[in-house]
Ligand binder design. Structure first.
Ligand SMILES: [Zn+2]
Length: 83
């Protein structure tokens, strides 16, 4: 990120999940992607309604799942209409 111009770049020791354990959701907006069946965890370390599309493994939020382009196991707004 510093290579593209961001000057104030920091790394959380222990990662974002450790931050959630110690601080909770304070000063944080959103979920944390995890590389297992849960897809994403919220600051309470609970799985969320976020899923991955079967086509390209794109992350699909609950709001995106409301799109007519999201069809379970077939398409999502990220891959709909693309080969
Ligand atoms: Zn997709």
């Amino acid at each position: 990120m510093q290579n593209i111009g961001y000057e104030n770049v920091y790394q959380l020791e222990g990662g974002i999940l450790k931050y959630f354990e110690e601080v909770g959701g304070a000063h944080y907006t959103g979920d944390c992607f995890v590389f297992d069946y849960r897809t994403a965890l919220n600051p309470k370390l609970e799985p969320t309604e976020t899923v991955q599309c079967f086509v390209r493994r794109s992350v699909v939020t609950p709001r995106q799942q409301l799109s007519p382009e999201y069809v379970y196991e077939k398409s999502c707004p990220h891959c709909y209409g693309k080969k």
